[in-house]
Design a protein around this ligand. Structure first.
Ligand SMILES: [Zn+2]
Length: 472
């Protein structure tokens, strides 16, 4: 080994970014990309041959919930197990949600999430802060969170009445306060009052199986809340990011907003692109695996989301990774409303989006990279340190072999969950090697990092890529 920083040369890969592709070598020194070019020949400690493979930026999953206390239990992946699973599947950064307990301070939520992640996360991580109780005494915390703690995005739940849900007054106050410091407000858009009422109706009529979960929160719940939050953001010219959009009705509210030149960021998740509501009919309580909110929708909605991606209305594909094992799901055996909401997905996102998106001609290689890495880095203040391949960027890279076919299974995945939503799914293309800040984190299925390699990413409120909030 040479003295100084460790160095790696990735040879002969097709380097793919959100805008380009070229056959090139990538030279890494320490944690950073040192050079990209043809026939590079520096003295290095290690050479990785990427012939026939794509070299892409490490994935950024902008929506995860590791060890989240929720609905009387906690999601089953820790920061350690969940991020190791992510690295196996080509994700090198997560943005997890620190969630305020109503009545408690925002800073306390952040410190609790730091405690869970520090020394445990294998990949790098940042936090959104979910504001569930926004009163004057918590308002004063926003500036410090943005300017000193590196938390530049906040989340509001328009659903989960009585636990997480905030009203319009709180959303408006938060938007106003966040904007002062360049921060972004994100939203779970479902009408919580409407959901609560419909759920109760089903339960009252004895309809308590998992298949009534999607029926109890139909697209109108999501479309109404989407339209409302778009209007609230428009009223004050606030930037807005809508998480996990699932359906055409909600997407059409975004289309309408574009008619008045409103700029909004939209995220969907892999499961909404690939799975539909028929899954809730799986026997032996199997439908419970898919209980998440918003729920899986119809094939028509899937098609609308793919088209929304192609039209540029949807910028990000995340996972909402929030796994619960079957024994946890069984808390709702007699009542679908008690089934913990959430499912695993972090490990399969990058490969599934390639296999179902690029291989099937729905998106280009560049769109794939944009959706899984570049857009989330730009929107959430991590670009160009993360989300692209350029000189000086962190060496978070995936050597992706498009020739390898494999089958997804809970038997072989690394997520701490006893099922996989895509069990038996045939996938084309595999993350062969994942590099995390200049270190080989996973190679051919072997995890190689020491415990707690991941670092906290302090973000800035600066969004990149020519993105501005329209004046009106
Ligand atoms: Zn979520």
């Amino acid at each position: 080994m040479r003295s100084g920083s460790r160095s790696i040369l990735i040879r002969n890969g097709l380097v793919v970014t959100s805008s380009d592709e070229c056959l090139a070598d990538v030279h890494i020194v320490g944690e950073k990309i040192q050079a990209i070019g043809s026939n590079l020949n520096p003295a290095v400690d290690q050479v990785l041959d990427a012939s026939g493979c794509y070299v892409i930026p490490g994935g950024i999953d902008a929506h995860t919930h590791m060890e989240l206390p929720f609905m009387g239990t906690a999601s089953s992946d820790t920061f350690e197990s969940g991020t190791i699973a992510g690295l196996h599947g080509g994700t090198t950064t997560i943005i997890d949600f620190a969630i305020q307990t109503q009545g408690d301070s925002l800073h306390h939520a952040l410190s609790r999430w730091h405690e869970k992640a520090a020394g445990n996360a294998a990949c790098d991580y940042a936090f959104h802060l979910a504001v569930t109780d926004f009163r004057d005494n918590f308002r004063t915390e926003i500036q410090d969170l943005v300017e000193k703690q590196g938390v530049t995005s906040f989340k509001t739940f328009m659903a989960y009445k009585g636990a997480l849900m905030v009203d319009d007054r709180q959303i408006l106050d938060l938007m106003r306060e966040a904007k002062k410091y360049g921060a972004l407000v994100t939203s779970h858009a479902e009408n919580g009052d409407l959901v609560a009422q419909t759920v109760q109706q089903f339960l009252d009529e004895g309809m308590k199986a998992p298949e009534y979960h999607p029926k109890s929160r139909p697209p109108i719940c999501e479309a109404e809340a989407t339209g409302r939050i778009l209007d609230l953001a428009y009223s004050g010219n606030h930037p807005l990011y809508i998480v996990h959009m699932t359906c055409e009705d909600a997407l059409n509210r975004v289309r309408l907003a574009t008619l008045r030149n409103q700029k909004v960021f939209v995220e969907t998740c892999v499961q909404y692109l690939l799975l539909d509501e028929s899954r809730y009919l799986e026997e032996d309580f199997g439908g419970a695996k898919y209980v998440m909110s918003p729920p899986l929708r119809t094939l028509r909605d899937q098609e609308a989301l793919w088209k929304g991606i192609d039209q540029g209305l949807i910028q990000v594909v995340a996972t909402d990774h929030c796994p619960f094992c079957m024994d946890q799901k069984r808390m709702g055996t007699d009542d679908f409303s008690k089934i913990p909401n959430g499912a695993p997905g972090i490990e399969n996102r990058v490969e599934l989006l390639y296999s179902e998106g690029v291989e099937k001609g729905r998106i280009s290689l560049q769109q794939w990279v944009d959706l899984i890495a570049t857009q989330p880095s730009k929107i959430f203040g991590l670009f160009p340190r993360k989300g692209t391949i350029s000189v000086g960027s962190d060496a978070d890279l995936v050597i992706f072999d498009p020739r390898v076919e494999h089958t997804i299974s809970a038997q072989t995945h690394h997520m701490n969950c006893d099922y996989n939503l895509y069990e038996g799914w045939q996938v084309r293309g595999k993350c062969r090697t994942t590099l995390m800040r200049g270190r080989v984190a996973v190679d051919q299925g072997q995890f190689l990092l020491e415990k707690g390699y991941g670092k906290y990413l302090s973000r800035t409120g600066k969004r990149s890529g020519g993105i501005h909030v329209a004046n009106h």
